[in-house]
Design a protein around this ligand. Structure first.
Ligand SMILES: Cc1ncc(COP(=O)(O)O)c(C=O)c1O
Length: 427
């Protein structure tokens, strides 16, 4: 370890080496707690980038991975199938009426790439006139090139703009507590979408109920139902990117279930393996799958990853699903734990636009907004000093702890925020 605290050979994501607090050396994780090499304990209040569902080191998932590693750690999935993948696919499809096929990949971005490519190839065979993709303002679907293209254009993808294919964009009528302008914003957004759908469209892609990376921007189920109706009426496919929202994050097992949506394609990752291993899936219906079958060799889906359906990832995902299915009310109980605490925090003069959905509680810091605003970073530092790890999205602050957080541990998170806000230097 270099004296500066920055390792001479590591390159961290979304950081400039040498700028700001150096990454913290961690040695262990248990439940909501991370233990640093110097013995300090931190609450992981954002589930390590929204993946750690049942807490760090969850013993049944750890045991399932170890047992699977002794039997079969990896096999080429083009020519082999195995029990863990088959069982996982069957169980996932059981939660998604109308979706019966599971294509495995490695992370959220690749699950989105697969969904886009499946939608495109399927539609090109049926109706080559359809060439438009529609996404929403503020969307984030990943950092690979295709996923970036459907993401909102701005700071994160500006250097790559010439590489990104064109995407039509509809407004996202985000809402919050006591928001009295939402009806008008939703009506305007649906009108814009209708206008865009006049052009023959391959698919509409959205993050159901909450856009995560753009600032925990929540919408109402009725808006999403309006989007789905219009998309279907135009003959376009609906792609739900549940990479963040899946597996209980929004209070139900899947956001589409909470919102009453039945998409044609779904991307899942993050919580899929309980946050233990990188893996993702894209779910599709049988009609779509059939357009990749038959005698024509060019009909196949020309896409595959080395680690497709990795048995260790599948074993972890099965164990994680066991936990979720054994206690389906847990995400809702976490929402109920958040609610009174967020109501108190919302009285702070620096807090605006409080919002809550399932495990996710968020607000905006009053003052200048944007990802590069320093106030969020400052609040992060102040909370860290009190043993709570947060990672605000610029001026958007949120908590998204593992499902296993106790009331007392959540109290510590809110207390750290109260204290942090009290010490925050006004912008
Ligand atoms: C909605 C959504 N889609 C896709 C992704 C990309 O996932 P990954 O970082 O695993 O590639 C993310 C990541 O935050 C996400 O929130």
């Amino acid at each position: 370890m270099a004296d500066s605290g920055w390792h001479p050979h590591l390159w961290h994501p979304l950081r400039r080496t040498g700028e700001g607090l150096p990454p913290l050396p961690v040695r262990r994780g248990r439940g909501v707690w991370l233990e640093l090499e110097d013995g300090r304990q931190l609450i992981d209040a954002i589930s390590s980038w929204w993946v750690t569902l049942h807490g760090h080191g969850e013993p049944t998932i750890a045991a399932a991975i170890a047992a699977q590693a002794r039997d079969l750690e990896q096999v080429i999935f083009a020519d082999f199938r195995h029990g863990p993948a088959a069982r996982l696919a069957e169980r996932l499809c059981g939660h998604w009426p109308g979706l019966s096929r599971v294509f495995f990949s490695d992370d959220g971005s690749t699950a989105v790439e697969v969904a886009l490519k499946l939608a495109w190839q399927h539609q090109q065979r049926r109706d080559p006139q359809r060439r438009q993709l529609i996404a929403f303002e503020g969307a984030y679907h990943g950092d690979t090139v295709g996923a970036m293209a459907v993401g909102s254009r701005g700071l994160f993808n500006a250097p790559f703009e010439p590489l990104l294919f064109p995407v039509a964009r509809a407004p996202w009528p985000a809402t919050w507590w006591d928001d009295d302008g939402v009806d008008a914003r939703e009506a305007a957004a649906l009108q814009s979408l209708e206008a865009l759908l006049q052009t023959p469209t391959v698919a509409v892609i959205l993050e159901p109920l909450v856009q995560g990376a753009s600032g925990m921007a929540m919408v109402r189920p009725s808006f999403l139902q309006g989007v789905a109706e219009r998309t279907r009426a135009a003959g376009a496919l609906l792609i739900a990117d549940e990479v963040l929202t899946g597996f209980g994050r929004t209070g139900d097992l899947f956001a589409c279930r909470r919102a009453g949506l039945t998409p044609d394609l779904v991307a899942l990752s993050k919580g899929l393996t309980g946050g233990f291993l990188p893996m993702s899936v894209t779910l599709a219906g049988e009609t779509l799958h059939q357009s990749f079958c038959g005698a024509d060799p060019t009909a196949m889906f020309f896409h595959g990853h080395s680690f497709t359906a990795n048995p260790l990832g599948c074993a972890a995902a099965l164990a994680s699903l066991d936990l979720l299915e054994a206690d389906p009310g847990r995400p809702q109980r976490l929402e109920q734990l958040h609610r009174p605490r967020l109501q108190i925090l919302a009285r702070h003069p620096l807090v605006q636009r409080p919002r809550l959905l399932g495990t996710i509680a968020a607000f905006d810091l009053r003052g200048p907004s944007g990802y590069l605003q320093p106030a969020g970073r400052e609040l992060q530092r102040l909370c860290l000093a009190q043993g709570v790890y947060l990672r605000p999205l610029g001026s958007v602050v949120y908590l998204m702890p593992p499902l296993v957080i106790s009331a007392a541990e959540l109290d510590r998170c809110y207390a750290a925020l109260q204290q942090g806000l009290a010490q925050l230097t006004p912008a």
